[in-house]
Design a protein around this ligand. Structure first.
Ligand code: PLP
Length: 391
């Protein structure tokens, strides 16, 4: 067998593939594993979405190839959602593209805009796809460190002028995976001004915009005046409606970027299943009670895990969004050695922070995707194994 293409050597195996393997090994050894590893909602898709899907499955028109860009009614539903949710006016026809999950669009946009040698500004730590897709397209990530003292926001002034001028794209993601950090409109304004100054395509990943607590409402990049000249926002039905397996999401923003992405997609995929688009529309059009109920569930779990970690010796504040807890590892550990310790001694899976980039070293990420009893059990086990921790 001939070797895979050179570009395959630039990327590691997907982070969670390794975690899944570890879980399988531990299960095989008969260990009761509590996984706080993967960010996948544990609750079912709401019944009214399943009902819409069932109805649409009986419509033979939905059995044929969909269009890559998505049905116009789906794109209009996204535009209506932007208007209701943010007061942002976009045109469903020209400014929205359906995606087969936002991961698909996030990966594919690099092939649309990154030539070999181009620079992409990537937060560190971050969702791994920004950097790996940059490298698959032949580009070069320039890592913008997200540090606690800056509220896990990149500092644009720290990026060398030469890099700013060469950068083709920039990724931002708020509410943030893995840090749980949020940003305000002022920061977004700065980001838009920076992107305009250097003619950089600003890609905002808003996958966690609905996973918020304590009444917090995050902004959209498209709320910023002039953002649509240089920005595209990715959002997804995966997290608000517990639809990760359904693969439905959307990109919205600059019409030229959206149509370039749609043109690329028309050559490599055939779009999201129409029945799934109708089902997602049911989610986007509902009055949001199910989303609010979901927020309450995660809020309860967050209080247990963060409260429990703080009793053990951490000093964490309650994240206002996402289902991630980002915390420093105790004194004497690296990210990897701490993750190994809690897996081996407590049967608890957490993700080592350096899996999200070098700046994540010294941290771990834990998710809130288990019910309150299991969350409590995780805290009890950690307490037993770690005693009182120091930093
Ligand atoms: N963006 C971020 C920051 C994520 O954490 C994830 C998934 O965990 C995604 C995008 C992809 O979501 P999906 O492809 O299910 O829309």
């Amino acid at each position: 067998m001939k070797a895979p293409a050179q570009r395959m050597s630039t990327i590691p195996p997907y982070l969670f593939a390794r975690i899944e393997q570890k879980i399988a090994e531990a299960k095989e050894a008969g260990i009761d594993i509590i996984s706080l590893g993967i960010g996948d909602p544990d609750r079912p898709t709401p019944e009214f979405i399943i009902e819409e899907m069932t109805k649409q499955l009986h419509n033979a028109e939905n059995h044929q190839y969909p269009s890559s860009v998505g049905m116009l009614c789906f794109r209009n539903a996204v535009a209506d959602w932007y208007k209701d949710r943010y007061g942002v006016l976009i045109n469903g026809k020209s400014d929205v593209c359906a995606l087969i999950g936002s991961k698909e669009g996030i990966a594919n946009i690099h092939y649309c805009y990154v030539d070999p040698g181009d620079i992409v500004l990537v937060p560190d730590p971050s969702y791994p796809v920004y950097a790996t897709a940059t490298m698959l397209a032949g580009g070069q990530p320039y890592y913008m460190p997200l540090e606690a003292e800056n509220g896990f926001l990149p500092v644009f002034e720290d990026i060398p002028e030469e890099i700013c001028r060469r950068a083709k794209m920039m990724w931002l993601n708020y509410p943030n995976n893995p840090t749980g950090a949020i940003c305000d409109l002022e920061f977004m304004k700065k980001a838009v001004a920076f992107a305009k100054k250097y003619d950089i395509l600003l890609c905002h990943d808003a996958a966690y915009s609905e996973m918020t607590y304590d009444g917090y409402v995050p902004p959209s990049i498209l709320q910023i005046e002039g953002a649509q000249e240089i920005a595209v926002e990715f959002n997804s039905c995966s997290k608000p409606f517990n639809m990760t397996g359904w693969r439905i999401a959307f990109a919205a923003g600059n019409a030229e970027v959206v149509s370039t992405l749609a043109r690329y997609k028309s050559n490599v995929d055939s779009g999201a299943f129409q029945a799934v688009q109708y089902a997602a529309m049911a989610g986007l059009k509902q009055p949001w009670q199910t989303v609010k109920a979901m927020q309450k569930v995660y809020e309860g779990r967050r209080n247990i895990l963060v409260g429990g970690l703080n009793e053990i010796g951490w000093n964490l504040s309650m994240p206002k969004a996402t289902f991630y807890i980002w915390a420093p590892v105790p004194k004497g550990y690296t990210s990897a050695s701490f993750a190994e310790k809690v897996l081996e001694d407590a049967g608890v899976i957490i993700t080592p922070g350096n899996g999200y980039g070098a700046a994540g070293e010294g941290y771990f990420r834990a998710t809130l995707t288990l019910d309150e009893d299991r969350m409590q059990e995780a805290v009890v086990r950690l307490k037993k194994v770690l005693g009182k921790v120091e930093f």
